[in-house]
Design a protein around this ligand. Structure first.
Ligand SMILES: [Zn+2]
Ligand SMILES: [Zn+2]
Length: 310
């Protein structure tokens, strides 16, 4: 398989996905992401409907709900089906090929001889750190921030806001998660199972963390992502320069990177959004927004430099 070119590999996976699309979509299995997601949506929707609300709007009446639903269908189903699955495999394949070309033999370790629980812990921790770090980069690198700003420009939050982000994020976040697992030598059935476990926990918690619910999770706020700490991640006036609480599941990474933040008064609820909100409200406007602003910036810089030369 490693003899294949990257293009051939992508085409092979892509056509395989298309051939089995029915199975992938409708196969009822705890390790099928589409099935898991559907359950997570339903549970999140019910929790948001019946638990006390944090912000004064209803689940469906929230401004932005229908745009978010469009994002959710686009990101999780349409894009996922038409290319994303093939794309993530291809990124991993290209990475492995590149590493081999540089003389690095993979995997870096062979976890198969370890007991299952130890493999599960290693996989979970590595995966979660990579998700955290990818999110950290989305906030700290200006080029990435232009894309991630779409997720933060939302002025209301609910469970469907989870998937309100620019499609380019998948080119950073997802491969970041897959590559280390490949490096560590997780593969085959074992990998699918371990990935399934992480996916269950991460999907459930990430969707729940966007829910408009007013429940104080107390000490749990310091350990895992919750609506309490994630709403502060979305604060309009962020407490630190690049933001706080980047975690996907475990808050330990925020404690280590000193980016954890939660006010002691649980009644304090932040205003949501970004201070300089120039992000359009429509889906298509948001899709081209980062490219437009990046281009505009360059143009402005050029004008400024020609002016200073004069
Ligand atoms: Zn963020
Ligand atoms: Zn969020």
């Amino acid at each position: 398989m490693s003899e294949m070119s990257i293009g051939e590999y992508f085409t092979a996976i892509f056509s395989n996905v298309w051939k089995n699309i029915g199975d992938i979509m409708f196969h009822v299995s705890w390790t099928n992401p589409y099935f898991v997601l559907l359950l997570v949506y339903i549970v999140a929707f019910l929790l948001e409907s019946f638990l006390p609300a944090k912000k004064p709007y209803s689940v469906l009446g929230r401004k932005g709900f229908w745009t978010d639903l469009g994002y959710l269908l686009f990101i999780d189903f349409l894009f996922g089906i038409i290319g994303f699955i093939a794309l993530t495999y291809t990124v991993e394949f290209a990475f492995t090929k590149g590493m081999q070309a540089m003389g690095v033999s993979l995997p870096l370790m062979n976890p198969i001889h370890l007991p299952f629980w130890a493999q599960a812990i290693i996989f979970f921790v590595v995966m979660d750190f990579c998700q955290f770090f990818a999110h950290y980069l989305l906030h700290h690198i200006n080029f990435f921030w232009k894309f991630h700003k779409i997720h933060h420009a939302q002025e209301t939050l609910g469970f469907a806001s989870t998937r309100h982000f620019h499609i380019m994020e998948y080119f950073v976040l997802k491969p970041m998660g897959w590559i280390p697992a490949g490096l560590l030598g997780f593969s085959g059935e074992e990998y699918i199972l371990l990935y399934g476990i992480y996916m269950w926990v991460a999907y459930s918690l990430v969707f729940f963390s966007h829910c408009n619910v007013n429940v104080n999770f107390g000490f749990l706020n310091k350990i895992i992502i919750t609506p309490n700490n994630h709403y502060w991640h979305h604060a309009k006036n962020i407490p630190r320069k690049y933001g706080v609480n980047y975690a996907s599941v475990l808050m330990i990474w925020d404690h280590l990177f000193r980016s954890y933040y939660l006010p002691t008064d649980p009644k304090l609820i932040p205003q949501l959004g970004v201070p300089d909100n120039d992000v359009p409200e429509t889906f298509w406007g948001q899709l081209i927004y980062p490219f437009k602003t990046l281009f505009k910036k360059e143009e402005e810089q050029q004008v400024a430099s020609t002016k200073s030369k004069k």
